[in-house]
Design a protein around this ligand. Structure first.
Ligand code: GLN
Length: 456
């Protein structure tokens, strides 16, 4: 039934770069043998997941949305994918993205543009736009994305689905194509917070292949839901919620502001106390993020040299081989990031850019810490506006970067965040969805999921 749903929707949406039609029954047969052996099937038995194409899957192409990896098939599964499979999930296919995760609309894919299911003339957001659109259009049940500066939360908001960006170190990055290693996180999309809790539980935990993963015990995120009585009039009594003042500034769309203040009222009705909290360094997040992310990416992307992976240009001399492979293999946004990154890291500019950005990062971490001592969770919009029109920001990189203001700080601080759909603005044929972002203390996904579950 999912394949026929795809046949119906995919011609307009173009969320997938690869559909594993021929291997679905083979993957499911694995479950049959478990049933025959009387083994536990796992919490995600038979659940169809879509995987962002910068996350490696054995026996399926993994392009990173880049021409340089157009025919790359990894010999291994990313740990996140392996864990989903071990929980019984079936990988339906690989989803479209901005090349190597660099972008906010999915227009930066080397292969195709994905449409927003709510309005086909708009973008699904990015860079995990394919994964968000796929869940939104019910092309799959849940999906994986990656979030370096908002790439799960922003498309979740644009497509009206739930998105989780876990704490840095909660989910292994092994097999995720590195963009900015100190910021990258694998996250997930779903249609409910309960589903997100199940998927996050399957994904989380220490991995010997990723030394930054935490050894902390992974709570059974979903089990707490059964003890919540939503019929209770104030199920969130006593929860202190901080609304980040700087996120409701002039640059934010009025429709978004009113949806977020309605959400704050709803949280109060559920028993929370909502107060405004100031994060003075909030606006510094954007420049710091773009310097750090570009710097790290310029180093990470040096591995695509035409020798070890993917596209190799025909050349009879080594420098020409590197130059041609990278020149023809990378798209323009990726090249711009590499140039910005190498500039910021170069001897003469390191102190003024990279080092300064690291100092700002510490300021941001500290201000979150303080705010989260006084509040259990923080809330703000996930995006300053609803989904953009296709092409609207494509030729204006600064306007595109500015749209990431709500999300990048969370990655700089390494914190977990959850986006839940919370209203609509009156644009497009059917209104456009807006997501509420909830930010928690490090490794406190449990609280976010609980609040999100009651809120939705
Ligand atoms: N839009 C941001 C960027 O282009 C975030 C991307 C991401 O989270 N992968 O860097």
């Amino acid at each position: 039934s999912y394949l026929s749903r795809l046949a119906l929707t995919e011609p307009q949406l173009r969320s997938f770069l690869h559909v594993a039609s021929s291997s679905l029954l083979r993957q499911a047969a694995h479950l049959d043998s478990k049933i025959a052996a009387g083994e536990d099937l796992g919490t995600l038995a038979g659940v169809l997941v879509a995987v962002k194409d910068n996350i490696c899957t054995a026996d399926m192409p993994s392009t990173g949305g880049s021409r340089i990896l157009h025919d790359y098939i990894p010999p291994f599964d990313a740990t996140a994918v392996r864990r989903l499979k071990e929980s019984g999930a079936i990988v339906l296919g690989k989803t479209n993205l901005d090349e190597f995760g660099m972008g906010s609309t999915t227009e930066g894919s080397a292969f195709q543009v994905t449409a927003n299911p709510w309005d086909l003339s708009r973008v699904p957001g990015g860079s995990s736009g394919g994964s968000a659109a796929a869940v939104s259009a019910r092309q799959c049940v849940v999906s994986l994305g990656s979030d370096t500066g908002g790439s799960v939360r922003q498309p979740a908001s644009f497509c009206g689905v739930v998105g989780v960006k876990p704490t840095y170190g909660r989910v292994s990055r092994f097999g995720l194509m590195a963009y900015a290693s100190s910021l990258d996180a694998i996250g997930c999309f779903s249609t409910s917070v309960a589903d997100a809790a199940l998927v996050l539980h399957a994904l989380s935990g220490h991995d010997p292949f990723d030394a930054t993963t935490s050894r902390r015990e992974v709570p059974d995120f979903a089990s707490q839901f059964t003890s919540i009585h939503t019929s209770e009039s104030k199920p969130l009594r006593g929860l202190r919620v901080g609304l980040i003042r700087e996120t409701l500034d002039d640059g934010v769309n009025n429709g978004v502001k009113s949806v977020i203040s309605d959400a704050a009222v709803h949280l109060e009705e559920l028993g929370c106390t909502v107060t405004e909290v100031s994060l003075p360094s909030f606006s510094l997040g954007l420049p710091a993020y773009y310097i750090l992310a570009s710097s790290e990416s310029s180093s990470n992307l040096s591995r695509y040299d035409g020798v070890r992976y993917g596209k190799r240009a025909a050349a009879d001399e080594l420098n020409a081989l590197y130059g041609d492979s990278r020149g023809k293999g990378f798209g323009s946004e990726v090249k711009m990031r590499i140039l910005m990154g190498t500039y910021g890291l170069s001897a003469g500019y390191y102190d003024a850019y990279y080092k300064r950005a690291q100092q700002v990062r510490t300021l941001i971490q500290n201000s979150f810490k303080e705010a989260l001592q006084e509040n259990d969770i923080l809330i703000c919009p996930a995006t300053p506006s609803a989904a953009y029109k296709i092409g609207e920001k494509k030729d204006d990189p600064l306007a595109m970067y500015a749209g990431d203001i709500m999300t990048v700080n969370v990655n700089l601080a390494g914190l977990p965040a959850l986006v839940v759909p919370c209203g609509f603005v009156e644009e497009g044929p059917a209104g456009l969805p807006i997501g509420l972002q909830m930010i928690g203390s490090a490794f406190d996904e449990e609280k976010l999921l609980k609040v999100g579950h009651i809120f939705e």
